[in-house]
Structure formats: structure tokens, C-alpha cells
Design a protein around this ligand. Structure first.
Ligand code: AHG
Ligand code: MN
Ligand code: MN
Length: 335
């Protein structure tokens, strides 16, 4: 039987042979993976660990925080602050950036995360996850400011997520394709289970929250309406629909078997560009999807080209199988 390759070995070999990972980044990815293992344990315990339910607090975006949102945020901070690989962190659950305390050495990377994605699914035992994005701190400036984080997604040096579902799976890119690692609970380590993940260019599956249909813009309505017409319609094929309400789980399905995921701008709150957050949801997922041969736009432009104006900026998202994303984008742009 072929030898199992642990995440540690994979990262060491990437560093040594491929030259993709400097040692600080390798440490960072190991630490994030260790934090995800610990979050996975908490998720698994559920009611037995007293981790379900709300925390009686709100985050900067006005969303009620669940206990696990806060636990996952703390786990990620505690795991990452002392290793010397980071200059600062930012999270969906923190208003402003978190500087590495002075008592620890400062590193050259910036880490952003959505500690617990799919919070509405925690209490109902449906897949949830952690999403992360890694940037380099711009050279030259001594301290760290929020401005240092405001880099386009194309500048990411690593991105990934960990989905806590029937299996716990860590999915990673450092700009050299996408690899998946499954948590082996007996060994306590992530084991490489798929390399060179590829999203088929065509699909017959879409993911969107249909309850918002009446609020959508015309191009989105047109695209979904054409899918719904099936074999008899202009697309000439029947489509299936899935909506897990955990982006991490919807994207995992798309990386596994293709599909298109959309959380478009809609008329409920016209001044908000979308629901999902650019820097720690859309950017890492868009890079993973592109690295797997798919595409990701906000309906008009490539998500990874957007230069953020603020840390918690929101964005409209269309990502997945390339031909479908191109079609939705062309319905918006008219070209
Ligand atoms: P979070 O739990 O981090 O706030 O993110 C939830 C997001 C995303 O994961 C999911 O696709 C979407 O919100 C679901 O939104 P609806 O409940 O509006 O369908
Ligand atoms: Mn989220
Ligand atoms: Mn979240």
C-alpha cells in the first residue's frame, strides 16, 4: 500500500523540493491546521461539550455570535500569536485587527479568517468550517495597520478552509494547485487524500438561496430561470440544486464534483455589495476555485482583482465551474 503522506511531510516537501513555502509560512500552515483540529474536536462534542447555542453577543457586522464562533476565534488566536510567524490577524469576529502581543516575536505574515463559517448550521448538526487567507505584510512599514491588510486577493500567498462534516477535511493552496487532507483521528494528523483538485468546466448543479429570488437583479433571475426550464429551455439540460447555507460546505462540493455557487447582490439592502465578506470568505475561496481550474467573479469582475477599501467589506459572489461563471458574468456585463 502506498505510504500515507501527512500534512507535515507534504509541507516539508513543498518547501524543500518545490520552493513554494518559506519556513515561516510552513509553520503558519501547520499551526492553522492544529487549530482546526482543535475546533473539530469542539464541534464533534456538540451538546456534550456545552458548545452549542448563542453567546449573547454581536459581532461588528451586527450578527448574533454563537458560542462556537467565539471559541473558534479564540483557538485560532491562541494557536497563532506566539509562533513568530505572524505580524497580525483579522477575523470576522473582531472589529479591528489583532496585533501580535509585544512579548512575542513578530513575523512577516498577516492571517485573516472566518473562524466558523455556516454558524446557522452549528446547532442542527450540519457541516460547518473555518476559512483562512494569508497575506504578506508589506515591506517597509514598522508597525502593522489595517491598511496593510487591504490587498487584493491576487496577493494571497496561501488560502484554505477546513470543513467539519462527516469527515474533517483541510483544503489548501499555496498557488500550486489545490490539495485535500483528511483528518485521521486515530493518528491525530491530516493525511493527503487528493492532489491537483480540478473543477469540471461544465455542470448541471447550482447553489443559491432561492428564497431571495424576488430580490435578485435581472441577470441572476435570467440565469436561474434558464436553469429551471431544464431540458425544454434554452440550456437544453436539467439542473439540480443544492444550498447548504455553509459556504465552506457548498464550495467543498463544487471542488469535489463541480457546480456554481452564488450569493449575489440583492435588493434587500441595496447599499450592501453582497452578504459574504471579501477578505476572509470570498478571496480564499476564489483563489482555491481558480487554482482548481474554476472561476470567481462578483458578476462583473474577477474577485481576486478587487482592492478592498475596508477589512469587513462585503462582495457579491459567483464561483465554480468556469463555463457557468462566465455565462453569469456575461449576463451582467453584456459581453
Ligand atoms: P457565517 O456563518 O460565517 O456568518 O457565514 C454564513 C454565510 C455563508 O457561509 C453561507 O453561504 C451564507 O451565509 C448563508 O446565508 P443565508 O442564510 O442567507 O442563506
Ligand atoms: Mn462565513
Ligand atoms: Mn463565521
Amino acid at each position: 500500500m502506498a505510504q500515507k503522506i501527512s500534512l507535515t511531510r507534504y509541507l516539508v516537501e513543498q518547501q524543500r523540493e518545490e520552493g513554494h513555502i518559506p519556513s515561516q509560512l510552513r509553520l503558519l500552515l501547520e499551526v492553522v491546521a492544529r487549530a482546526c483540529k482543535s475546533i473539530s474536536q469542539a464541534v464533534n462534542k456538540g451538546a456534550l461539550g456545552g458548545v452549542l447555542g448563542s453567546a449573547d453577543s454581536e459581532n461588528v457586522q451586527g450578527e448574533v455570535q454563537k458560542k462556537l464562533d467565539i471559541i473558534a476565534n479564540e483557538v485560532l488566536i491562541e494557536a497563532n500569536e506566539w509562533g513568530g510567524h505572524l505580524a497580525a490577524m483579522a477575523s470576522e469576529e473582531m472589529d479591528s485587527i489583532y496585533l501580535v502581543p509585544n512579548r512575542y516575536p513578530q513575523g512577516e505574515y498577516l492571517l485573516l479568517f472566518d473562524p466558523l463559517d455556516g454558524s446557522s448550521n452549528i446547532d442542527v448538526n450540519v457541516s460547518i468550517g473555518t476559512i483562512f487567507s494569508v497575506l504578506k505584510k508589506p515591506e517597509g512599514s514598522p508597525g502593522v495597520t489595517e491598511q496593510d491588510f487591504l490587498q487584493a486577493g491576487a496577493q494571497q500567498v496561501a488560502a484554505g478552509y477546513c470543513v467539519y462534516g462527516p469527515q474533517t477535511t483541510l483544503v489548501l493552496t499555496v498557488g500550486d494547485g489545490v490539495s485535500m487532507f483528511t483528518l485521521d483521528r486515530e493518528q491525530g494528523s491530516f493525511v493527503l487524500t487528493q492532489e491537483n483538485v480540478t473543477i469540471p468546466a461544465d455542470t448541471k448543479e447550482f447553489a443559491i438561496n432561492m428564497s431571495n429570488m424576488r430580490h435578485w437583479d435581472e441577470p441572476v433571475k435570467r440565469y436561474i430561470d434558464e436553469c429551471l426550464q431544464g431540458k425544454e429551455g434554452p440550456r437544453g439540460k436539467d439542473f439540480n440544486m443544492r444550498w447548504i447555507a455553509s459556504m465552506v460546505a457548498d464550495v467543498h462540493r463544487i471542488l469535489t464534483r463541480g457546480g456554481v455557487f452564488m450569493y449575489p447582490w440583492d435588493k434587500r439592502e441595496p447599499n450592501k455589495p453582497g452578504k459574504l465578506r471579501l477578505m476572509y470568505e470570498a478571496n480564499p475561496m476564489s483563489w482555491l476555485v481558480e487554482q482548481a481550474g474554476g472561476a470567481a467573479t462578483n458578476g462583473r469582475q474577477r474577485i481576486l482583482d478587487i482592492v478592498p477599501g475596508q477589512l469587513h467589506e462585503r462582495v457579491s459572489v459567483v464561483l465554480g465551474s468556469k463555463n457557468e461563471v462566465d455565462r453569469v458574468t456575461s449576463y451582467h456585463t453584456g459581453v
